[in-house]
Design a protein around this ligand. Structure first.
Ligand code: CP
Length: 325
């Protein structure tokens, strides 16, 4: 694997999940793989989980890790070609990525969308340029339209919890998984929702998306998922509920309403099949998700965060094994 930017870069998602769960049982079994190899983690935006879990995953594999908040600690980046750089930008992505690729064997890169220009964001211009110019294997730490390490951790969590709840039938019985939109005060990217939908559409689950009208995801990501604008109907008999806000794709980057009535709480939990409640974090308590859920027995948010390490370690292990450095 030279690139991990979406589910489409994975040959077999079930094998990758199994690999992650095996690493969770035996984290230090492959320390020889990362000896004298360096992982660079390059951030254009803030992070807690992605930064630390990727670092931990690399250390478990015997790698060394360099982290840089390029947006704050680097030179102001120019990303467009053919411009005379007589303004505020100091270094072109061609040189910046090229240099970082000389110092690192694998690079993780995070760059959020601007949410101003949909066409530009959805071309993944910045991420793709970074991949092109750094010339080493790249892992997306969240790009303009996707967050694949999060989605892999989410799938690991669903598989793990489903197997524990249904030891005899987990392989044959599909869980009902619902992605529900949640209120927020700031316009957020569609990346987590897009990516979760993309992975669930390839996983062995019954998948439904629920959101107010106007928050339809790009058809590229919603795929053949069932969409229901009635949240209470969608939640009926759900085994897993993934709670996430996203701004409008259609009216790009906009918040369309106050989201009143869409927060997941214990009343809505009663509609489900005692569902596990998921969120990628960070979460705004009592706005996106009720305290009573986050502090209750159905919350899986810490399980998901824990599985971020094993997701990253499975991807890194695959890259270390398949690439000749
Ligand atoms: N879920 C997630 O990606 O968290 P961070 O933004 O803190 O890395």
């Amino acid at each position: 694997m030279k690139l991990f930017s979406s589910v489409n870069d994975v040959q077999n998602i079930d094998s990758l999940v199994a690999e992650a769960l095996a690493l969770k049982q035996n984290p230090y079994a492959h320390q020889h793989l990362g000896k004298n190899k360096t992982l660079g983690l390059i951030f254009m935006n803030p992070s807690l989980r992605t930064r630390i879990s990727s670092q931990k995953a690399a250390l478990n594999l015997g790698m060394q890790v360099i982290v840089m908040n390029l947006d704050k600690e680097g030179w102001a980046l120019e990303t467009q070609d053919g411009v005379i750089m007589n303004g505020t930008t100091v270094e072109h992505i061609r040189e910046a990525a090229g240099v970082l690729g000389q110092y690192c064997d694998i690079i993780g890169f995070r760059a959020f969308p601007g949410l101003q220009n949909r066409d530009y964001d959805y071309t993944e211009d910045l991420f793709n340029k970074f991949v092109t110019y750094c010339k080493v294997p790249v892992i997306s730490l969240e790009s303009a339209t996707r967050h694949p390490l999060q989605s892999l951790a989410d799938l690991i969590t669903i598989k793990e919890v489903w197997a524990a709840k249904n030891p005899a039938t987990a392989e044959t019985k599909k869980p009902k998984v619902v992605l529900t939109w949640a209120p927020h005060v700031k316009p957020l990217p569609q990346a987590v929702a897009n990516s979760f939908a993309e992975w669930m559409n390839q996983a062995d689950v019954n998948f439904t998306i629920t959101h107010p009208e106007g928050y339809e995801l790009s058809p590229q990501f919603a795929g053949n998922a069932k969409v229901n604008h009635n949240q209470n109907q969608a939640l009926q008999n759900a085994d897993f509920v993934y709670v996430k806000n996203w701004s409008s794709y259609e009216d790009y980057g906009k918040i369309l309403n106050d989201g009143k009535g869409w927060m997941m709480d214990n009343e809505k939990l009663k509609l489900t099949n005692n569902a596990g409640i998921m969120h990628c974090l960070p979460v705004r308590r009592d706005l996106e998700l009720a305290d009573e859920i986050l502090d209750g027995p159905n919350s899986l948010v810490l399980n998901q965060a824990d599985n971020r390490t094993w997701a990253a370690q499975a991807v890194l292990k695959n890259m270390l094994l398949t690439d000749k450095f």
